[in-house]
Design a protein around this ligand. Structure first.
Ligand code: SAH
Length: 395
């Protein structure tokens, strides 16, 4: 008999609707003595089967749900099938299969694989595990990825803070094939980027901005550009390639800005000026010097990590956008992003509304964009809809 997790009365609705996170507070009782990582059956209070999941007593997410078919257990074939579905979307449906490019192959909840992220950078795979139970199934996952994709190597990356939340002890390092020695090279929108697979931010590159970078490129011609929080130059290089007269790029990380220089050079781009500085201080300095730009991209890090920090985060977005408006010419283009899942599209539009008021400017939103489609949004899990990218004209 598998362990049965019985929910409290009236707590089953989100799980029938296939939300994959079952928090401890929704559980009435546990029939059995599951060990962390075990498969468990989740039942409504009336006894009705809902889904199969994996148990972890260390985590606030006590059970992650994966299969809503009672006949479909979480055995190796199940994981392989889910991985195949995810790869098929990227390589066959979205045609992101060029071996020189990069894409997100598996995006956790959005692919029915809560706790697993896999990115492909040309012929390297980077894997991120954020669930203890899935880490117990790491071998099956890695072997299947290697068999299906024949990468040069698979490298494991961990995210800060996740270990404690899940009771997960993992170390970054190679888990299959070769170990990446120097940076890898990928092509995105016909531009070449060097990726530090072992120590770069996230898994090395912000792949979710691919299509937004292309959209911004189409608006750059003849404009002086500012790329705020540029990381390794994803937007900067597209602005330059799109015909910006000059690109000023700023990031607080010196390792990131060093890569912007290298990436610009590698693509034969000579008009990107890079600064290593705090974005707020740098923009204040530019404003004091009377600098002006025709297009500004704001792509700050995730300001809100939890509901509690939401208010502070909104203040951060507000200050950043107002600082940008001071630097933006009349008829200028503002591209403003937020990758905080906690901040809704309405909240973010509210930030712009206030920024317009405080700056005495009119803001027209031309495009309301999100994450690239290899980072799909699961209809069952609104938390997967995290990236906002608004392209605006400012009068
Ligand atoms: N636009 C980038 C991704 C940006 S991610 C791209 O297209 O690839 C957010 C970046 O903000 C990170 O590179 C981080 O180093 C930087 N950052 C964080 N705090 C900052 C600050 N106070 N000032 C400037 N940059 C900052």
């Amino acid at each position: 008999m598998p362990t049965r997790i019985i929910l409290k009365p009236r707590r089953a609705r989100p799980f029938y609707a296939r939300h994959p996170w079952l928090f401890a507070g929704a559980i009435d009782r546990i029939d059995g003595a599951p060990v962390n990582g075990d498969e468990v059956a989740v039942h409504a209070h009336d006894g009705q089967f809902i889904a199969w999941g994996l148990f972890n007593s260390n985590s606030q997410i006590r059970v992650r749900l994966y299969s809503w078919d009672q006949a479909q257990h979480l055995e190796p074939g199940f994981w392989k099938g889910r991985i195949d579905d995810a790869i098929r979307l990227r390589h066959e449906v979205l045609k992101l299969d060029d071996p020189h490019t990069a894409c997100r192959l598996i995006f956790s909840e959005a692919d029915g694989l809560s706790g697993l992220v896999v990115d492909r950078y040309a012929d390297w795979l980077i894997m991120q595990l954020t669930s203890l139970a899935l880490s117990h199934r790491q071998q099956v996952i890695v072997d299947h990825l290697a068999e299906s994709l024949h990468p040069r190597g698979v490298y494991l990356r961990t995210e800060r803070g996740v270990g404690e939340a899940e009771g997960l002890v993992l170390r970054d390092g190679p888990i299959w094939g070769e170990t990446p020695e120097g940076p890898a090279e990928i092509v995105e929108n016909e531009l070449t980027f060097q990726i530090d697979l072992r120590t770069g931010q996230k898994t090395g590159f912000y792949l979710d901005q691919r299509d937004n970078r292309r959209a911004v490129r189409a608006l750059a011609l003849g404009r002086r550009a500012l790329d705020v929080c540029c990381y390794t130059g994803g937007f900067s290089l597209n602005l330059a390639r799109g015909g910006a007269t000059e690109v000023v790029a700023v990031d607080v990380s010196a390792t990131a800005t060093a890569l912007v220089e290298a990436n610009a050079q590698r693509n034969g781009i000579g008009n990107v000026k890079v600064e290593t500085a705090d974005a707020f201080a740098f923009m204040d300095r530019l404003a004091a010097a009377g600098d002006r730009f025709g297009i500004i991209v704001l792509d700050p890090p995730r300001f809100a990590r939890s509901r509690r920090s939401l208010e502070q985060a909104m203040g951060g977005y507000q200050r950043l956008n107002e600082a940008a408006l001071k630097l933006l010419e009349r008829d200028g283009i503002l591209v403003t992003c937020s990758c905080s899942g906690q901040v809704s599209r309405e909240d973010f539009a509210g930030v712009l509304n206030l920024a317009a008021e405080h700056s005495h400017r009119s803001i027209q939103i031309l495009e309301q964009r999100g994450q690239a489609p290899d980072h799909p949004v699961s209809a069952s899990c609104p938390e997967t809809n995290y990236l906002k990218c608004l392209i605006c004209r400012v009068v």
